[in-house]
Design a protein around this ligand. Structure first.
Ligand SMILES: NC(=O)c1ccc[n+]([C@@H]2O[C@H](COP(=O)([O-])OP(=O)(O)OC[C@H]3O[C@@H](n4cnc5c(N)ncnc54)[C@H](OP(=O)(O)O)[C@@H]3O)[C@@H](O)[C@H]2O)c1
Length: 291
């Protein structure tokens, strides 16, 4: 298949390009400054004839969105609409990436695709508006909601914790937000599988299992620097500008029904990521053999 990837230089976009090419697909890849999703004629002109467009491009600064509402909506809502409109007119299938932050997280059971979204921050509201814009253009679409991504090609929680582990004897991490930390390579493999299956509608895709960010940080520390103490703190202690859903766990039953498989567990994702980055004691990064 020929697959156009938007946001191809982002954390997920990079892994998706690699996985799609390894699976034998042709990819065409776009990102800023070569393509700005907020410019409708530019988007229309640029999107090539292909089998699928996968939109990984987004305004992803969750705290920044609280004070830059216009920018977040311009990319996550208007940009998504521009892409969906171009795909609908050109009769190209669109797979759009969305987020668990469309839910408020006030429940204690996983959220299915049929549960009512109710975002509690601007980023989540802009992504929900983007989902509605994609659905409203009348083209053939799939929306993959995912969460808590970490990957080799971007800033993420694992890298941030490892940096703190190297600088401090004790690190405070929030215990009152529960999620499913998801390795972007595993997500990219799942997305490639969904493209092959010609999926439509909303699908939740994230790692199996669930944990607080505190538990996740403890696992990272135990692999990388066990001597450092990880202390539980609350979201109020941390005082970030954007409120986060306390329990944002996605129910993956539809994904399993569609694909006949489960996503790897978050611990497996973390260990594979650390191994590939050469961060497990005694192991070198993938691709380091010749350096
Ligand atoms: N990261 C997470 O934990 C997480 C969780 C749930 C869902 N998601 C969703 O997953 C998708 C991928 O996330 P990610 O973490 O891979 O994001 P990312 O690393 O921030 O990548 C997003 C890419 O989109 C580009 N972009 C931003 N504005 C654009 C515009 N106007 N036109 C074209 N490209 C633009 C960015 O370019 P610049 O870097 O130059 O701005 C960047 O290369 C997004 O839809 C995100 O909402 C992410």
């Amino acid at each position: 298949m020929k697959i156009a990837i938007l946001g191809a230089r982002g954390m997920l976009g990079r892994d998706l390009g690699d996985i799609c090419r390894a699976a034998g697909h042709e990819t065409v890849e776009y990102d800023l400054p070569g393509l700005d999703l907020t410019d409708p004629p530019w988007v229309f002109r640029t999107i090539p004839k292909c089998d699928w467009v996968v939109n990984c491009a987004a305004y992803t600064d969750v705290d920044g969105a609280q004070s830059h509402r216009g920018e977040a909506f311009a990319v996550n809502c208007d940009g998504a609409r521009n892409v969906a409109r171009a795909c609908a007119r050109k009769r190209i299938r669109l797979l759009h990436i969305s987020t668990d932050y469309v839910f408020n997280g006030y429940r204690s059971t996983p959220y299915s695709e049929n549960d009512e979204p109710d975002p509690i921050n601007i980023y989540g509201a802009s992504k929900l508006a983007g989902e509605k814009a994609v659905k409203g253009e009348g083209g053939r679409y799939a929306i993959v909601r995912t969460q808590a991504l970490f990957g080799r090609h971007g800033h993420n929680f694992v890298k941030a914790v490892i940096r703190l582990l190297q600088q401090k004897d004790s690190v405070g991490v929030v215990v009152d937000q529960v999620t499913c930390p998801t390795y972007t390579r595993h997500l990219a493999e799942a997305i490639e599988g969904l493209l092959q299956l010609d999926v439509t509608g909303v699908v939740h895709v994230s790692a199996e299992g669930e944990c607080s960010w505190y538990r996740f940080a403890r696992e990272i520390a135990s692999c990388v620097r066990p001597a450092v103490e990880i202390k539980p703190i609350t979201s109020v202690d941390l005082g970030r500008p954007a409120p986060r859903p306390p329990y944002a766990v996605l129910d993956k039953k539809r994904f399993t029904l569609l694909t006949g498989r489960k996503m790897p567990h978050w611990q497996q994702g973390l260990h594979e990521y650390l191994r590939e980055e050469g961060l497990l004691p005694g192991e070198r990064a993938a691709g380091d053999e010749n350096r």
